[in-house]
Design a protein around this ligand. Structure first.
Ligand code: ASP
Ligand code: MG
Length: 437
């Protein structure tokens, strides 16, 4: 069975939902379809939640009414029959009653999670009702029955395996299964979620849970591109990537895929294909264990990076220094992305500034600390094995006119990361495009 995930824009208009129905029924094969919320809905729900939390009730109700109106228009375009429309109206009014009820009672984190879950609950029920209107048989499997995170917010694949299998077994003749992306339950059995953009993650988690033959992520772009199409003109989709290459690109800025998505797919060896709803015939990008080798496959950039340099003569010939240093980052649950060291200094980068002040306070006891904000990591993915010659030279030749703050090479065989000031980002991406592709 394949898992097909459709993102917010792919279900963002009634016509787009019609197209999704066409795509999933084309070949008659059994599949599990994961849907996001209608585009814009999660953002609106978060805004509504912020208003409720601030007790701005009038503004909250105004925003709820506005969103409700947009769904009334949506269902008019979605359904063609009075029965279909009546079903859509009942879904929408039931969910908006619930949303309004949240604005009327004490509002805690629990309620805020219930509120943002409404986006996927509405989109899947509207879509399911549309399939029924078209006499397309399907089953709606509630993600809240099988998606769970543990106390560390890690999804529990064995739980999904057990419960999703059972749910599917109850419909031996059903060809299409529909479920919600993004939402799950936490150890308290409350409604929770996999964080923004988490529907991709749901798709690969359920793909792993049912040992899917393939996970397809349908978006509105024809695969992962070799460079950022918003900044560089001549980009093209990459035909094939390994799991590691794709994880690197997703993490370092390729917006098309939630970075966590690759983990379960790699672990269970399930190929992931990125496809375009607007151009379903396009080949897209295949992410798998083994793919064609190419010197350089892609470039991606991640902004909002903070570089921290610790200079200490105590590091000279000492051991245990790095451990003590990294314990501070561990204590503040702050991941470190890039590292370079010399005998008397360490430079590293983080992208989460939440605990920056405390971290600096604590590491200052080790030595002199310098902090540079507004940095960008440029990540170049390809094959950089130690037997390769000239590939790195090509990278640096391309950006010889750009000041470089840090370089990380050799950490893996498939990437080189370069830290620059964000001011030079567009120039660097364009120069690399010229020089490398
Ligand atoms: N609806 C959620 C979001 O907008 C999850 C997703 O679309 O992936 O973040
Ligand atoms: Mg997304």
């Amino acid at each position: 069975m394949k898992v097909l995930k459709f993102g917010g824009t792919s279900v963002g208009k009634p016509e787009r939902m019609h197209e999704v129905a066409r795509l999933i029924t084309k070949d008659g094969e059994r599949k599990l379809v994961v849907l996001s919320a209608v585009s814009g809905t999660t953002n609106s729900l978060i805004e509504i939640g912020d208003l409720i939390a601030r007790s701005a009730h009038e503004a909250a109700f105004e925003a709820i009414n506005k969103l409700h109106e947009s769904y009334k228009v949506f269902i008019k375009g979605l359904y063609a029959t009075p029965q279909g429309l009546a079903e859509g109206e009942s879904v929408v009014s039931k969910h908006f009653d619930f949303i309004r009820s949240l604005a009327e009672k004490p509002y805690t984190v629990k309620e805020s999670k219930e509120l943002v879950a409404e986006g996927e609950l509405i989109s899947t029920q509207l879509f399911f009702a549309y399939l029924q209107e078209k006499n397309i048989s399907s089953a709606l499997l509630p993600a809240l029955d099988f998606m769970r995170i543990d106390a560390d917010e890690e999804p529990v694949i064995p739980y999904a395996e057990e419960h999703l299998r059972k749910a599917i077994e109850q419909h031996p003749d059903t060809v299409l299964f529909i479920t919600q992306g993004y939402i799950c339950r936490n150890p308290l059995n409350e409604v929770d979620n996999l964080k923004r953009g988490g529907s991709d993650y749901t798709a690969s988690l359920v793909g792993a849970a049912i040992r899917a033959e393939e996970v397809q992520i349908w978006t509105d772009i024809d695969g992962m591109h070799n460079n950022d199409p918003r900044i560089v003109k001549k980009t093209f989709p990459i035909a094939e990537l390994t799991f590691d290459e794709a994880a690197e690109l997703a993490y370092f800025g390729a917006k098309i895929l939630h970075p966590f998505t690759i983990r379960p797919a790699k672990l269970y060896n399930i190929p992931v294909r990125l496809l375009n709803t607007m151009q379903p015939e396009a080949q897209g990008t295949l992410i798998a264990h083994h793919t064609i080798e190419k010197d350089i496959k892609a470039v991606a950039a991640k902004d909002g990076i903070i570089a921290i340099k610790i200079r200490s003569s105590r590091m000279l010939l000492a051991y245990g220094f790095l451990r003590k240093l990294f314990e501070v980052f561990e204590k503040y649950k702050t991941p470190v992305d890039m590292i370079t060291t010399s005998e008397v200094a360490v430079s590293l980068t983080i992208d989460n500034p939440t605990h920056l002040d405390s971290i600096i306070d604590e590491i200052s006891v080790f030595g002199n600390v310098e902090v540079d904000k507004n940095q960008t990591i440029i990540c170049i993915v390809g094959s950089f094995g130690s037997q390769k010659q000239g590939v790195v030279a090509k990278v640096f030749d391309s950006i010889e006119h750009i000041p470089v703050r840090m370089i990380s090479y050799g950490g893996s065989n498939y990437n080189v990361s370069i830290l620059i000031d964000t001011r030079h980002k567009n120039e660097a991406l364009n120069a690399l495009n010229e020089g490398l592709f």
